[in-house]
Design a protein around this ligand. Structure first.
Ligand code: C2O
Length: 502
């Protein structure tokens, strides 16, 4: 295994990715889009961050990586670290033991939609599908706003927006542009790693006249499964095999179509699709793509994991989370789990674990606004998520993949534990799952990774409005793993942020 080092100077640059509005975006080393992080399974990854934003603190989260034994490198502000103060530096340093398609993004409030979001690819010399493809491609899909997040957030969380309507994106991007063409070699098979790095919108994705064969979701290999169209929520990933035609008289579109059902209003003239091109030969004609309604989206619940991991059939602990949106006294709209809206603690929850000795197993020390749940080592945990809201929510758990053992259709109401006798014997595994409007979903995982892990809706607006829980897994094991192991730059940035002159 190698050590792979990136030096990232994070700062504002200008960009105009959809050709309609030049605006400041958060770049790295003066560039935007930001670089792809690329490692091989087993490597040590070191990312030296310098925060040159000037006006905002920042962090990097490596979405989907387990951070086993390195919880303090997970990048979640208020959970595993303080924000990296403007002008200061911070080093992420951990080993990567999982193969697959991931991404990295800021975990500072509202920041990744301003551009600090990019692919993280972990190559696997033992990829079970490696003989099936010749070449790899990475495609990021995302929504895009012409305004910066700070003013959008100020409006979103204000009395002027009592219904909590999320700002509607101005456009959609693929690889942070609307002008992507990919030259295709006839007869070759491509592993296309697709990542939704957006803040809000799920995308319907299809390749005209080319079938996708799904081989990986969210870092878990799957039995190869054909799909004409994929529905990919914010933060989800799909790797698909696409075989190029041997003979063709055309070039073919591929499309990411934002799910307009998420938007309260669809503004006149919004182009919610982004189209790219598989180009066999520049001289061939381009067929315009079909409409989003021409396809049936693939149901990910039917996926079978490659390792055939069996259903965890004995549950040691059930966590029930009832989700709703409502107004508080300030007139703004908030999101709640079990009537509590998350408020970030002043001291990162991990530091509370590390500083409280045996009291770390006492839930009350974590405050009343962190939606905290304490887990015992190695127990099987079931999360029941009841969505008492007419919106779709993509839920993500840090530090784990979970089995999705049940998921309702729209409007099914709360989960009824007594009615569900049959679960899949080898349930799909993901780290981000769609929960449907006024529906429910049930996930299970084993608490085999001591750490403080965020569980949240990956719609960035909903993180800000409090749709977050804190899973505190095996706090005494965290203490024995990490006592005296937190590098001083982690604590230094807390001191800078809390100093009276900051
Ligand atoms: Cu992409 Cu807290 O996650």
């Amino acid at each position: 295994a190698a050590t792979v080092t990136y030096d990232f100077d994070i700062g504002w640059v200008y960009a105009n990715p959809d050709g309609q509005a030049i605006r400041p975006v958060i770049g790295i080393n003066g560039q935007w889009p930001i670089p792809t992080i690329s490692v091989t399974k087993g490597d040590r990854l070191i990312v030296n961050v310098q925060n040159s934003l000037g006006n905002e603190s920042t962090s990097l989260h490596f979405h989907g990586l387990y951070m086993n034994g390195t919880n303090h490198m997970d990048g979640a502000i208020g959970v595993t670290q303080c924000g990296i103060a403007p002008g200061s530096s911070f080093t992420y340093n951990f080993t990567v033991d999982q193969p697959g398609t991931y991404w990295y993004h800021s975990h500072a409030k509202g920041q990744y939609p301003d551009g600090l979001r990019g692919p993280l690819i972990v190559h696997d010399p033992e990829d079970p599908h490696k003989d099936l493809y010749d070449e790899e491609l990475v495609l990021t899909f995302s929504d895009w706003y012409h305004d910066l997040m700070n003013p959008l957030l100020a409006f979103f969380m204000s009395v002027a927006n009592p219904s909590g309507a999320e700002p509607v994106p101005n456009s959609a991007l693929v690889n942070e542009t609307q002008n992507l063409t990919i030259s295709i070699t006839p007869g070759r098979t491509y592993l296309v790693r697709m990542i939704n790095i957006g803040a809000f919108a799920a995308h319907y994705i299809w390749f005209e006249d080319h079938t996708m064969q799904i081989v990986e979701v969210d870092g878990s290999y799957t039995e190869p499964t054909d799909a004409d169209m994929i529905y990919m929520t914010a933060a989800q990933r799909y790797s698909v095999l696409i075989t190029a035609k041997n003979n063709t008289d055309a070039n073919f579109a591929f499309v990411g179509a934002m799910d307009q059902d998420l938007f309260d209003v669809v503004p006149d003239g919004l182009n919610s699709n982004v189209t790219g091109w598989l180009v066999y030969d520049d001289s061939l004609e381009k067929h315009p793509p079909k409409d989003v309604n021409a396809f049936e989206p693939f149901d990910d619940f039917s996926l079978v994991p490659w390792d055939k991991e069996e259903l965890y059939d004995k549950v040691d602990r059930t966590i029930r989370l009832d989700l709703k949106m409502d107004n508080l006294d300030d007139g703004a709209n908030y999101a709640f789990f079990n009537d509590v809206t998350y408020v970030r603690p002043k001291v990162p929850t991990l530091y509370t674990v590390l500083s409280t000795g045996p009291n770390a197993t006492n839930p009350t020390i974590y405050g009343s606004n962190t939606n905290q749940f304490l887990l015992e080592p190695n127990e099987v945990v079931e999360i029941i998520l009841n969505n008492d809201d007419p919106g779709k929510h993509p839920f993500h758990l840090h530090g784990h993949t979970f089995q999705v053992i049940s998921r309702s259709d729209d409007e099914a109401g709360f989960y009824d534990p007594s009615s569900s006798s049959s679960f899949p014997s080898t349930p799909m595994k993901r780290d981000t799952v769609l929960v449907r409007p006024n529906g429910n979903a049930v996930m299970r995982f084993r608490a085999d990774n001591p750490g403080v892990w965020f569980f949240h809706c990956h719609i960035e607006w909903h993180v800000v409005s409090g749709l977050v829980a804190t899973i505190i897994e095996s706090p005494l094991s965290i203490q024995s793993q990490l006592a005296n192991k937190i590098p001083s730059d982690h604590y230094d940035t807390c001191l800078i942020l809390n100093s009276p002159t900051a």
